[in-house]
Design a protein. Structure first.
Length: 351
């Protein structure tokens, strides 16, 4: 584990995407409002809880715009900057787009944390932006009680390649691209109990860009896409299914889990956001006999920071999808289950 003079996670109440506002509370804040009919070029706004706004600016070109920031998820400043940048940029990939540029969002308690530490956070973010092929072109900073960092990212996409989170179809296959459990491991880190052997795989995954999303969206047969962040696997899957008026059947044994997560669940290293997510989405989940419900309670709503892509595709597109991920060797493909036309609850978990 990289040593840091200042343990950044001790300066914040939450950690990473786990500091997001509860989904139910968020709905009451945002409200319903107009559905964008007065803005005909606004293809995607906030009403579907998608990853980025999409604006049609030419017949075949769409501008994507997103912003994402959070409190420290790790102690090392460069890693924090890299993770926060990758998390924000991945929202463009989740829409099937290509990032163009980014602006930094920095809140910093300069009276207790040196400016030099904030500079290292920016260094990490700049490195990930370079990896994504975009400039960190500017930004804005304010004096805050807790450290905050993230990016506002602008991207582009062909209109036909824009992927939404509410267009899944019955018969589709459900895939994800990263293991879950970052919330559990980050909680162990914050409490000072995370073993060094689990730190590097955790950080490496959270720093990995979901760049496969751009190429994935260009494949015929990809019906919907999002990424898994603060609402956990079940939260973002529920949004996909509810938005499309379809249902998910998930095979629990196929859900990928990061090394060490089960060990730390046994030690009660559970983020507060897990409980909030569970309370929001549990009414929409049915567990078949044979599923370890207590373990699933700690895993499926676990808040992810820069989690994997979550997408659906037609069965005849699976071969092309698997070939694509052979090329994008930095990410793995995990089949979770299928989309069905009907069900008692939106998500059915089978052994």
């Amino acid at each position: 584990m990289t040593a840091s003079e200042h343990r950044l996670t001790q300066f914040s109440q939450g950690a990473g995407c786990g500091c997001k506002i509860d989904a139910t509370v968020l709905k009451s804040i945002i409200g319903s409002g107009p559905h964008g009919n007065e803005w005909p070029n606004l293809l995607v706004g906030h009403h579907t809880n998608d990853d980025a706004a999409a604006w049609l600016w030419q017949d075949d070109k769409v501008i994507l715009s997103t912003t994402d920031f959070f409190t420290p998820v790790v102690d090392d400043p460069e890693h924090y900057g890299r993770i926060a940048a990758a998390n924000a940029i991945s929202d463009v990939y989740a829409m099937g787009g290509k990032p163009l540029m980014a602006l930094a969002i920095l809140g910093w308690p300069v009276d207790v944390l040196p400016a030099s530490v904030a500079a290292r956070v920016l260094d990490g973010a700049r490195a990930v932006c370079t990896e994504a092929g975009i400039p960190l072109a500017g930004g804005h900073s304010v004096h805050t009680k807790e450290p905050l960092f993230g990016l506002s990212v602008t991207g582009e996409a062909e209109a036909s390649h824009v992927k939404r989170n509410n267009t899944a179809q019955p018969g589709d296959i459900i895939y994800t691209t990263k293991a879950i459990g970052t919330g559990v491991l980050c909680t162990a880190l914050k409490r000072g109990t995370l073993e060094p052997e689990y730190y590097q795989p955790l950080v490496q995954q959270m720093e990995t860009l979901n760049s496969a999303g751009t190429a994935l969206a260009a494949l015929p047969g990809i019906t919907s896409m999002t990424d898994i962040t603060g609402f956990g696997l079940v939260g973002h899957l529920y949004e996909m299914m509810e938005g499309a008026s379809v249902y998910a059947s998930v095979e629990y044994h196929r859900v990928p889990v990061l090394p060490g997560v089960i060990h730390y669940i046994a030690q009660k290293m559970i983020p507060d956001a897990t409980y909030r997510n569970w309370n929001s989405y549990n009414p929409h989940i049915h567990f078949e006999p044979g599923v370890d419900v207590m373990q699933a309670f700690n895993l499926l709503p676990d808040p992810q920071t820069n989690g994997g892509l979550l997408f659906t595709c037609r069965p005849d597109a699976t071969e092309a999808v698997e070939e694509l991920f052979n090329i994008h060797a930095n990410q793995t493909l995990y089949k979770l289950g299928t989309v069905v036309a009907a069900g008692n609850k939106r998500i059915r978990i089978i052994p």
